[in-house]
Write a protein that binds this ligand. Structure first.
Ligand code: MG
Ligand code: MG
Ligand code: MG
Length: 306
């Protein structure tokens, strides 16, 4: 039986590239697997796939009666709505353990590293499967993206080593320069509808029974948002209402300055101020050194909501 390999809703580069790389590995070891995606590609991911000559995975959002491998998440809020009617064969992930449960034993590869593709690189080594050039290229790109070119506090030695090996296979001489090119593509906001920007990399979390949405836009220069900030703030306020959310945060991350401007709307902003030990003025605050939603934003918020 063919299994589908799928990343989280509103897929980022890691969710798309890890679905492709894990599906390739599964087929190479004699299992039938097809990579799929739960949403549209963001511009960075489109750039990566184009650069290494790969097609986007099929769009598929319903999995009742199917077998699946989950990559790059283990939270039900980020999974397909009918996941409980599917058989989860395995999870490969680098986030906090979420609330996906299974009726039968499953294969689990979960590590505190910077990117799912770093774990999949270890899986290729474990099964002694050679990584083709195109797959190496997208795996390397996903690691550079998730670790913000090694600047994120989530980055580990394993991530750096994986990129160095994959870059050689992919034929990329200067992987940091390539990473910067990728982030320039990611930074382009011109002509993009505001809602699309807010949802470009957006995740919902359940925090003590409250729904908290957290979006992140990574850029090489925060000034691209100068004329957009008011519209972004209005839109996250609308999104809060529409989704019955307690709070919506939008991180405008400057990877060169190494920090994030937090735009926030919420039912209790004192909670958010407490989480980050900051004061919010006109729905905004600067969080110095904050690059990682996973490691620097979600844990303090969960603590504050507890
Ligand atoms: Mg992801
Ligand atoms: Mg990831
Ligand atoms: Mg990310």
């Amino acid at each position: 039986m063919t299994a589908y390999v799928l990343g989280h809703k509103i897929p980022d580069s890691d969710s798309i590239c890890s679905a492709l790389s894990l599906a390739y590995l599964k087929n190479a070891i004699g299992e039938q697997a097809i990579a799929v995606r739960q949403g549209e590609l963001n511009p960075e991911t489109a750039y990566i796939l184009d650069k290494f000559g790969l097609e986007a995975p099929l769009l598929k959002t319903s999995f009742a009666g199917e077998s699946v491998y989950i990559v790059d998440h283990s939270d039900r809020a980020q999974s397909p709505d009918d996941l409980s009617e599917a058989t989860v064969l395995g999870i490969v992930d680098h986030h906090k353990l979420g609330d996906i449960t299974t009726a039968a034993p499953l294969e689990c590869w979960i590590r505190p590293v910077g990117c799912t593709n770093t774990i999949i690189k270890e899986m290729f080594d474990y099964y002694a499967v050679e990584i083709p050039k195109s797959i190496a290229g997208i795996m390397m790109s996903a690691i550079l993206s998730d670790t913000v070119i090694f600047k994120s506090p989530t980055c580990t030695e394993l991530d750096i080593n994986a990129v160095e090996v994959l870059a050689v296979i992919a034929g990329i001489d200067d992987h940091k320069a390539y990473g910067l090119e990728m982030f320039k593509v990611k930074s382009s906001v011109e002509g993009t509808p505001v809602r699309e920007l807010v949802l470009r990399d957006f995740k919902d979390f359940e925090m003590n029974g409250k729904r908290v949405g957290i979006g992140q836009l990574e850029t090489v220069d925060l000034s691209v948002f100068d004329n957009l900030k008011d519209a972004l703030q209005a839109d996250i306020a609308a999104l809060k209402q529409e989704g019955g959310r307690h709070s919506v945060c939008l991180l405008l991350t400057d990877i060169m300055q190494e920090g994030s401007e937090l735009l926030v709307v919420g039912d209790d902003l004192a909670l958010i101020e407490k989480a980050f030990d900051t004061s919010i003025t006109a729905g905004k605050t600067w969080l110095d050194g904050v690059l990682s939603r996973k490691k620097q934003v979600v844990p303090p918020l969960e603590k504050a909501f507890a």
